[in-house]
Design a protein around this ligand. Structure first.
Ligand code: 5GP
Length: 183
């Protein structure tokens, strides 16, 4: 059984909700907490959703080889997966999920080919736009940038081991779980 699962997909496809659902229903699964240089959103806590770090701190983590992968996402913010917790979880035989962008997914596949890459896709691009606007957490400029990135991301699903369409959270999470258990 592959224990490292990478979940990626376009912005606002509902990856975060699917991952939260999986964790709530499967206490043995762990999720990696990424480091990011973006500012916390209202309600986000350092160390829970992300480790919120400065650009200098992010540079230091790269220089010390503390990140398993990292990427600049949506043109301006950097995100990376701390290596230590992933290696410790895998060594302890735990299932670990990384919810990261496509550039990061490719880096993980290159360094850990046994990782299972799952792409979460929206039912359609129109539905994705509706979800992004409905979420109400981004400005119109940010929405435009994220939609541009989303179109590029949708074109890269062929790099993934599996594609799961998120029609509905519970169904999508179950399909991901089945893939985690059968791969
Ligand atoms: P958000 O700012 O909405 O929380 O996340 C923006 C994007 O960054 C999402 O596509 C998310 O998957 C990606 N992301 C979050 N953490 C990481 C990470 O550690 N590495 C990479 N490469 N992307 C990440």
């Amino acid at each position: 059984m592959t224990r490292l699962t990478v979940i990626a997909g376009p912005t606002a496809v509902g990856k975060g909700t699917v991952v939260r659902y999986l964790l709530e229903h499967n206490p043995d699964i762990q999720v990696s907490v990424s480091a990011t240089t973006r500012s916390p959103r209202v309600g986000e806590t350092n160390g829970v959703e992300y480790f919120f770090v400065s650009n200098d701190e992010f540079d230091r983590m790269i220089a010390n080889d503390e990140l398993l992968e990292y990427a600049t996402v949506h043109l301006n913010n950097r995100y990376g997966t701390p290596r230590g917790p992933v290696e410790r979880a895998l060594a302890a035989g735990k299932q670990m999920i990384l919810e990261i962008d496509i550039q990061g997914a490719e880096q993980v596949k290159a360094s850990m080919p046994e990782a299972n890459l799952i792409f979460i896709a929206p039912p359609s691009l129109d539905e994705l736009k509706k979800r992004l606007v409905g979420r109400g957490t981004e400005t119109p400029e940010e929405i435009a940038i994220r939609l541009e990135t989303a179109e590029i991301e949708l074109a890269s699903q062929g790099l993934f081991d599996h594609v799961v369409i998120n029609h509905e959270v519970a169904q999508c999470a179950q399909e991901v779980l089945d893939l985690m258990q059968s791969s």
